[in-house]
Design a binder for this molecule. Structure first.
Ligand SMILES: [Zn+2]
Length: 153
């Protein structure tokens, strides 16, 4: 590509191929010697901080969807490992205890007490399923806000 410049002696507009950059030539107008300038480095602004930020920021929607399938997954996705594992274990424990109470009611006592034990077990199961549901909702909200406030480095 040609270099456009002007003669330092007579200001004549000149053009020469860039392979001659740095070479000493004589001006075709005034015949005075000069050094062909280097190609001016073109400053191109290529950084796009907004795009870069978006790329390195967890998406709140993905965090919520992951937490929908299992509480804590959204936190893990955002890099919040402590909260993530806490919600996974807490939710898992609540579901497990609820299932245990529901599926394995106490089998002791006289026959006439069995119905009451089953009713109590069902209430306990309901209570723990309630905790499981609350932790599920809380973890989804938590994952959303975790994604909103997390910036990867
Ligand atoms: Zn000249």
């Amino acid at each position: 590509m040609p270099i456009a410049f002007s003669c330092p002696a007579c200001s004549a507009p000149l053009s020469i191929d860039d392979q001659h950059a740095g070479a000493t030539v004589n001006c075709p107008q005034c015949n005075s010697p000069m050094i062909v300038p280097q190609v001016a480095p073109q400053i191109i602004y290529v950084s796009q901080p907004r795009e870069r930020n978006r790329e390195h920021t967890p998406h709140p929607g993905i965090a919520v969807v992951l937490s929908f399938f299992w509480p804590g997954l959204g936190h893990l996705y955002c890099g919040h490992f402590f909260s993530g594992f806490f919600w996974m274990l807490f939710h898992g424990a609540m579901v497990f205890i609820g299932m245990l109470a529901l599926l394995a009611p106490p089998r002791w006592g006289a026959d006439n007490e069995m119905a009451q034990h089953r009713a109590e077990a069902a209430i306990v199961a309901l209570l723990f399923f309630g905790f499981a549901g609350l932790s599920w909702l809380t973890a989804m909200f938590g994952a959303y806000f975790a994604a909103r406030t997390t910036r990867y480095r």
